[in-house]
Design a protein around this ligand. Structure first.
Ligand code: ADP
Ligand code: AMP
Ligand code: ZN
Length: 221
């Protein structure tokens, strides 16, 4: 379903721990809103696939489950968001992840800023289960899950037939580190956006379609 013009232009951030469903939801939400999906993790993985210097620089941090330094991430994402195709709106996924990034985003967006920040809440037990079974497409990076969101044809993306693979940082050691990093560096953003009265919370532990409609509800003024 395509949502009406009253929702646009819209600038939304999806927040939540690794595995909360940001990528899954951001893709359908951006399509429904007719705006661009910008995922910082996807951008880094694209750079790695192309073998760029930026990709190389990010790789060691990502493999260990650490954040890529702010200066690198901020430059990359703000350049993407400044392109003309984002003028109609954007759904950000995976960015910002630090207060420094959030402040840089606010400065870049100017007076109106973000319309909404939505936190997807999921228990750690469920996150571990999700990340353990996650597969992503080598072509478009769409996420799947071995049990809860399997592709129609095993090992192949529904959209483009691309090969599905397990991310290096979805190994248990890296996952534990990513949870720690989320708590220490990203959770402080919740208060930052609460103070701005932009934060909404959605129970992310429901079925994908249920979360999608709750998410749309959370965008209403
Ligand atoms: P994030 O981008 O927040 O790290 P993803 O969207 O990649 O999270 O989802 C993590 C994993 O959980 C994927 O394997 C995805 O298929 C699966 N998943 C996403 N949303 C749900 C849901 N509501 N219920 C069950 N599994 C889900
Ligand atoms: P994601 O695909 O969102 O799970 O991101 C994968 C990895 O990319 C993270 O664990 C970080 O190493 C890096 N990354 C993605 N987005 C950011 C960000 N906003 N700030 C710092 N590092 C990031
Ligand atoms: Zn694909």
């Amino acid at each position: 379903m395509f949502l009406g013009k009253e929702y646009r232009p819209v600038r939304v951030v999806l927040l939540g721990p690794p595995g909360a469903g940001k990528g899954t939801q951001a893709r359908t939400l951006a399509k429904r809103l007719g705006v661009v999906h910008v995922a910082s993790g996807d951008l880094f993985r694209e750079h790695q696939a192309k073998g760029t210097e930026l990709g190389q620089n990010a790789k060691t941090f990502m493999a260990k489950g650490l954040l890529v330094p702010d200066a690198i991430v901020i430059a990359m994402v703000l350049e993407r968001v400044a392109r003309p195709d984002c003028a109609g709106g954007v759904v950000l996924d995976g960015f910002p992840r630090t207060l420094e990034q959030a402040k840089a985003l606010d400065r870049a967006l100017g007076e109106k800023g973000l319309d909404r920040v939505v936190l997807l809440k999921v228990s750690e037990e469920e996150l571990v289960r999700r990340l353990g079974g996650r597969l992503i497409c080598r072509v478009c990076q769409a996420p799947y899950h071995r049990e809860t969101a399997p592709p129609r044809v095993e090992g192949r993306c529904d959209r483009d037939g691309g090969e599905l693979y397990q991310r290096e940082d979805d190994r248990p050691e890296a996952v534990r580190q990513r949870f720690r990093v989320y708590q220490q560096q990203t959770e402080p953003l919740l208060d930052y956006y609460r103070t701005q009265k932009k934060l909404r919370e959605v129970d992310g532990a429901q079925e994908i379609e249920t979360v999608s409609s709750k998410l749309v509800g959370a965008l209403k003024p």
